[in-house]
Design a protein around this ligand. Structure first.
Ligand SMILES: Cc1ncc(COP(=O)(O)O)c(C=O)c1O
Length: 376
């Protein structure tokens, strides 16, 4: 291959910077504090049964893109269910949140004179907008800065996440909603877990305040895929212009059934009990951290961060935790800003107190071993 030496030298560079990435197979023997299945729905009997029955009835694939023949009764049902649940007119289903964000941004960007995004916006949103010239980033969660970047009397789009994926902090959504801009909220980490009813940003903001929402199914809902939720007109436009929607195989009908079952659980009293349990467990984890001087962030979402700073040190923490049977996310630049490599510890409603105690013991032991290694 002609480019082999270039590929190797780029990879060597990443190794030298401690930013080389490899896949680590999940071990069932490890306690899992590194995924986004906040309510444990990926293993919920009703969600699994809906998936299995869906496969029996509809097979494993939708077989085609939605506009050709991939759109089936479970897709139509899920679409309506989401619109009703979130108080919006319609929804459009995608195979992933990344695809949804990227292509919807590409489809909508030409309609606006100015697009402003939070500095920490997800890569999918950045990838959607990066080839345009009329976008700017505002300082993280800074409403005043965002307002300064908007163009007076022009069409503005303001994009933010509800809960930031690598920090676990929340955006000041109601303040953003007051600015002279259409607000697009990526609710990937809010849906299912935020709000009394688990409706995330939609529980806080009306369709007028936030005409565009991204929700993803692979995190709090425990399945896979995503939807853009908004007005009928918006969904009609995207049905005709969102390229990943038009030119990609529709999610399997069985998957749509599993997502519908997950939404049913989230919206039920059982969902409320799971959220309560999740919040209690987060509280317990944070109290233990405080007691033992573990410096985690200030936020109370299931995403808890322990900023280590240096990339190599973050890797050392991750490896040491593995030796204690604990798996959590090790996040390095460019996913997070330089100098802020971190452990991303996700708490789930399914974690027991004993599991949290194990995690805390492993964090304390790891801190000691990493600090000892630094001194030698
Ligand atoms: C804020 C945010 N938006 C979008 C996505 C992409 O969603 P998906 O995993 O469904 O592609 C993610 C996932 O990492 C995310 O954290």
């Amino acid at each position: 291959m002609h480019i082999a030496s270039q590929l190797s030298s780029q990879l060597d560079q990443l190794r030298q910077q401690h930013r080389y990435r490899t896949l680590t197979q999940r071990q069932s023997s490890h306690e899992q504090f590194g995924n986004n299945d906040y309510l444990g729905l990926s293993l919920h009997p009703k969600v699994k049964a809906a998936y299995a029955e869906g496969i029996q009835q509809f097979g494993t694939s939708s077989g085609a893109s939605p506009l050709v023949s991939g759109y089936q009764a479970p897709h139509a049902y899920l679409r309506e269910q989401l619109a009703m649940w979130l108080g919006r007119e319609d929804a459009l289903l995608f195979s992933s949140g990344f695809a949804a964000n990227q292509c919807v941004m590409q489809a909508l960007a030409p309609m606006y004179q100015r697009i402003v995004l939070d500095k920490l916006s997800h890569a999918s949103l950045i990838d959607g907008v990066r080839h345009f010239e009329h976008w700017k980033r505002f300082r993280h969660n800074d409403v005043t800065h965002a307002a300064q970047l908007l163009l007076p009397n022009e069409a503005n789009l303001l994009v933010t996440e509800s809960v930031f994926s690598m920090d676990g902090d929340s955006a000041p959504l109601t303040d953003f909603a007051q600015l002279q801009a259409d607000l697009w909220v990526d609710d990937a980490h809010g849906i299912g877990v935020v709000g009394n009813n688990g409706r995330g940003a939609a529980e806080q903001l009306s369709v007028t305040q936030a005409p565009l929402l991204t929700i993803t199914f692979g995190k709090g809902l425990g399945v896979m895929g995503a939807a853009i939720v908004g007005s009928s007109l918006l969904i009609d436009y995207l049905t005709n212009h969102a390229r990943e929607f038009i030119y990609s195989t529709a999610m399997p009908a069985a998957q749509a059934l599993a997502v519908s079952a997950a939404v049913d659980v989230v919206a039920s009293p059982e969902g409320a009990a799971l959220r309560q349990r999740l919040n209690d467990t987060i509280h317990y984890f944070r109290e233990c951290c405080r007691e033992h001087g573990l410096k985690i962030g200030d936020d109370h979402h299931a995403i808890q961060t322990l900023i280590v700073g240096d990339d190599a040190k973050a890797m050392a923490w991750g490896h040491a935790l593995m030796t204690h049977g604990i798996h959590c996310g090790v996040i390095r630049p460019p996913t997070v800003p330089n100098g802020s490599a971190r452990l991303r510890i996700t708490i789930a409603a399914t974690h027991s107190k004993a599991q949290i105690d194990n995690l805390i013991a492993a964090l304390i032991a790891t801190r000691e071993s990493v600090e000892r290694a630094e001194l030698t």
